[in-house]
Design a protein around this ligand. Structure first.
Ligand SMILES: [Zn+2]
Length: 128
């Protein structure tokens, strides 16, 4: 992923998620040792009060997980949803945090999939 395309995706999804007033820095193509959380594909550091933060995304080279398929855009949307839900994230309650995290993952997949399906429909309609 190149940084220009990554910021283009970030701008698109900030708009979709009504987060255009957030200042977010991207750090992408990171090595595992550069990630703040060991084993994570994405990490967000959020300051909700100031509506700013940093999103780290691991380089695809290091995402050879046999169960999950790495998807940069979906990882980015997942991290943006952490910004959205930051004020209700309770790290001290493991069950609640897991539930919230599962829903963030489900929503990010659904949103990215919907966007891609819309693009297919647009292409189909364009050709009619
Ligand atoms: Zn997460």
């Amino acid at each position: 992923m190149n940084i220009k395309k990554a910021y283009k995706l970030l701008d698109y999804w900030k708009g979709q998620l009504r987060m255009s007033d957030y200042n977010i820095m991207l750090k992408i193509n990171l090595k595992p040792k550069e990630m703040s959380i060991k084993g994570a594909w994405g990490v967000s550091t959020v300051n909700s009060l100031l509506k700013c933060g940093v999103i780290q995304i691991l380089s695809e080279k290091f995402t050879d997980n046999k169960i999950l398929h790495y998807d940069f855009e979906q990882t980015l949307v997942h991290e943006l949803l952490h910004f959205k839900f930051d004020v209700i994230q309770d790290h001290s309650n493991k069950e609640i945090y897991t539930l919230l995290h599962q829903n963030i993952e489900d929503l990010s997949r659904a949103l990215v999939w919907s966007k891609r399906c819309e693009n297919v429909k647009e292409i189909e309609n364009y050709n009619k």
